[in-house]
Ligand binder design. Structure first.
Ligand SMILES: N[C@@H](CCC(=O)N[C@@H](CS)C(=O)NCC(=O)O)C(=O)O
Length: 227
């Protein structure tokens, strides 16, 4: 049985990727949540993950400590992580890699906080560029491979890598065109995503750095989390 170590569901965008991928592909795992904030420290994280970061997948005596590496590790063992067709797979891998190493402004200004709704103070050009690129990328995949998922008919790692973006779009009310907006709604409607969201709302612990980052970006219009 795989052991998947993740952090707070409200905040941990990186953790969501392998979690939603494994859930959608029905790959069984035991989940361990290491909290940011009060109860966890970097030392706690490092006992599990050599980088001190999660997600981290433990499979017997093998440890895989990065979300993209986890996707590739799973792809060697389970069908469906990437699209079957080699050209589609090249596109899907490029899309996931672009998310993994790019979209810095979106990531830093609009950090994931599933249960909160925020009005941004400003939308600088760099953020507009990131949002426009996401819309163009999603439209490209949906048109090229026919949807409903980025690589065609089935949910793959490319979709899993953008799942946290769907929560960011919801939190910060980021504007996208109709097709990209529908794709966002499709991600949010997945049973696994609804389960993650419900668990995020139920989390009562708060991580000060994440909360402060959010308040620098904008003002909270709604906080749907349980107190
Ligand atoms: N590139 C890594 C990034 C992982 C990462 O930054 N994880 C954050 C959580 S979302 C973390 O573990 N932070 C530890 C901490 O802040 O103490 C991946 O893809 O897994």
């Amino acid at each position: 049985m795989y052991e998947l170590y993740i952090a707070n569901k409200n905040y941990s965008s990186w953790s969501l990727r392998p979690w939603v991928l494994m859930r959608e592909l029905q790959i069984e795992f035991t989940e361990h949540l290491l909290r940011f904030g009060q109860t966890s420290s970097w030392a706690d994280f490092r006992r599990i993950s050599p980088s001190g970061n999660v997600p981290c997948l433990v499979d017997g005596d093998t440890t895989v400590w990065d979300s993209l590496a986890i996707a590739e590790y799973l792809a060697e063992r389970h069908a469906g992580v990437w699209p079957l067709n080699s050209r589609t797979r090249a596109w899907a891998r490029s899309a996931a890699a672009e998310m993994h190493s790019g979209f810095g402004e979106l990531r830093s200004r609009c950090s994931m906080s599933c249960g909160v709704r925020i009005r941004l103070n400003e939308i600088p050009a760099a953020l507009e560029r990131d949002i426009a690129r996401i819309g163009a990328l999603w439209n490209d995949g949906l048109q090229r491979f026919g949807g409903p998922w980025l690589g065609g008919r089935t949910f793959t790692a490319a979709d899993a890598f953008f799942a946290p973006v769907a929560f960011r779009i919801q939190t910060y009310a980021l504007g996208l065109d109709a097709a990209a907006g529908e794709y966002t709604a499709r991600l949010l409607r997945l049973e696994s995503m609804r389960e993650w969201y419900a668990a995020a709302l139920d989390e009562t612990f708060r991580d000060a750095p994440h909360e402060e980052g959010m308040l620098q970006a904008g003002s909270v219009t709604e906080d749907l989390r349980n107190a």
